[in-house]
Design a protein around this ligand. Structure first.
Ligand SMILES: NC(=O)c1ccc[n+]([C@@H]2O[C@H](COP(=O)([O-])OP(=O)(O)OC[C@H]3O[C@@H](n4cnc5c(N)ncnc54)[C@H](OP(=O)(O)O)[C@@H]3O)[C@@H](O)[C@H]2O)c1
Length: 230
């Protein structure tokens, strides 16, 4: 029997990404855990995880191909992008312009860079899931850059989804008329993830297990909605 294609988790060094990589692997899904730097031990000790390290997103596809060849794994059949994170500080008008630029780069442009590099690794109908947070839907004072990039990220996923469909239907090399495009999804985590001490006194939390369950449902369901909240 062929081995199942792994899920490539980008941002696997982060709070959510590390728990997602570990949780998906604990559920029996092979995982390629990608990060720019060393991964936390909670990820690397988990059976079913192959660590891949690339300081640049543009170089990640080659690193992934090499890791798959070395370990005998098939290429990924899904991507989960857990890039970005939280920050709270000055009001937008008082924010250091260099922090604004850095947040645009890490929370929005990095997602486009990741999709550009990694979507070509996927086949027809494979899922590409982007994680987002509550600030993308709710203006949050002191976290303005996160709200703005989060709202932009939501639209980025919609455009990628639309263009993926259009590109698939215009491709003359398409195996048949019913071959579906790579399906882009956004999973919005509407509350702080439990255990993340950076969130002060959250009104509600979501456990990593709830996030992993919601992700698993998107990964497994070709008809999953474009946007899902957990
Ligand atoms: N934590 C929460 O409570 C919470 C709640 C709701 C939603 N979320 C969502 O979960 C997602 C991840 O958040 P998080 O809390 O896990 O953030 P985090 O702990 O700060 O981790 C962010 C990850 O993004 C990576 N990253 C940043 N810039 C990058 C770039 N330019 N290229 C490649 N990777 C880059 C980081 O890699 P390095 O380690 O190399 O810097 C790190 O792995 C976000 O979409 C966030 O909105 C989180």
């Amino acid at each position: 029997m062929n081995s199942p294609r792994p899920v490539l988790v980008v941002g696997a060094s982060g709070f959510v990404g590390s728990r997602v990589a570990r949780g998906l692997a604990a559920d029996g899904r092979p995982v390629l855990a990608a990060a720019r730097h060393a991964l936390p031990e909670r990820v690397t000790v988990q059976a079913g995880v192959i660590a891949v390290r690339s300081p640049e997103l543009s170089a990640l596809p080659d690193v992934v191909r090499a890791a798959c060849a070395r370990t005998g794994s098939p290429l990924p059949g899904a991507v989960v992008a857990s890039i970005g994170g939280w920050q709270k500080g000055a009001a937008l008008l008082d924010m250091d312009p260099s922090l604004w630029s850095a947040t645009l780069a890490s929370h929005l442009t990095a997602h486009l860079d990741a999709a550009r590099a990694l979507a070509p690794l996927l086949g027809p109908g494979d899922p590409y899931v982007v994680l987002n947070g509550a600030a993308s839907r709710e203006a949050m004072a002191g976290s303005g850059a996160i709200s703005v990039t989060g709202a932009g990220l939501a639209m980025l996923v919609q455009v990628l989804r639309l263009e993926s469909r259009q590109a698939a239907s215009a491709d003359p090399a398409r195996p048949d008329d019913t071959a579906p495009p790579v399906r882009f999804h956004e999973l919005v985590i509407d509350h702080a993830v439990a255990g993340d001490g950076r969130n002060q006194d959250p009104a509600q939390t979501r456990t990593p297990a709830q996030v992993v369950r919601a992700l698993g449902e998107i990964l497994d369901d070709p008809a999953a909605p474009a946007v899902r909240h957990v």
